[in-house]
Ligand binder design. Structure first.
Ligand code: GAR
Length: 210
């Protein structure tokens, strides 16, 4: 069983989808720990409820990014995690952290990358008048939200949508595709080779929608 660590900052609904996937057998892995930079993140409660190590790792006063990322990396190594799943972790990672776990770091981002990297993606899609929006799962590289896309799912944008309505629609797709991608990794089918995502040794079309 692949040892999975999930890193969060908030509610952890994607974490829950992955925990549930492991429990049901959809994901051939085991969540061995959950780390949050926010001590009050509900995702830590979800971890405890599932008898998974729940680790609060708040920023220390005056701590810089490099030192925080070193501590985070050390906690992940203590967990002996083979796969690190970022699920709503709202911090930018240093290049040193990314290279320490290169090829073993996944992220989910609420937009159809390369559109709308960064924050407020739902509102930005609405403001642009987009007819479609969605979610991307990608390998993490040094470039913010810029690593190779593994899988995307689209949702329609309806008239009268606000950011919350759109976010809820996107979340439903997140919970569907993230466990799927995590399972591919656990099965040894997914890899990042020369900066590109591959499934079963074949390049993943960045525009392949689930
Ligand atoms: C998700 O929508 C995820 O795509 C987003 O945070 C949310 C976390 O929800 N991630 C980012 O914005 C990363 N930049 P959750 O805590 O309920 O899983």
């Amino acid at each position: 069983m692949t040892r999975i660590a999930v890193v969060i900052s908030g509610s952890g609904s994607n974490l829950q989808a992955i925990i549930d996937g492991c429990k049901s057998g959809q994901v051939e892995g085991q969540v061995v720990g959950v780390i949050s930079n926010k001590a009050d993140a509900f995702g830590l409660t979800r971890a405890k409820n599932a008898d998974i190590a729940a680790i609060a790792l708040p920023l220390k006063e005056g701590e810089n990014r490099a030192d925080y990322d070193l501590r985070l990396g050390d906690e992940l190594e203590k967990l002996d995690a083979e796969l690190i799943v970022l699920a709503g972790f709202m911090r930018i990672l240093t290049p040193e952290f990314v290279s320490r776990f290169a090829g073993r770091l996944l992220n989910i981002h609420p937009s159809l990358l390369p559109k709308y990297t960064g924050l407020n993606t739902h509102q930005r899609a609405l403001d642009a008048g987009d007819a479609e929006h969605g979610v991307s799962v990608h390998f993490v590289t040094e470039e913010l939200d810029g690593g190779p896309v593994i899988l995307q799912a689209k949702v329609p944008v309806f008239e009268g949508d606000d950011a919350d309505a759109l976010a809820a629609r996107v979340h439903t797709q997140e919970h569907r595709i993230y466990p799927m991608v995590v399972n591919w990794f656990c099965q040894g089918r997914l890899a990042m080779m020369q900066g590109k995502a591959e499934l079963d040794g074949k390049p993943l079309p960045a525009q392949g929608y689930a």
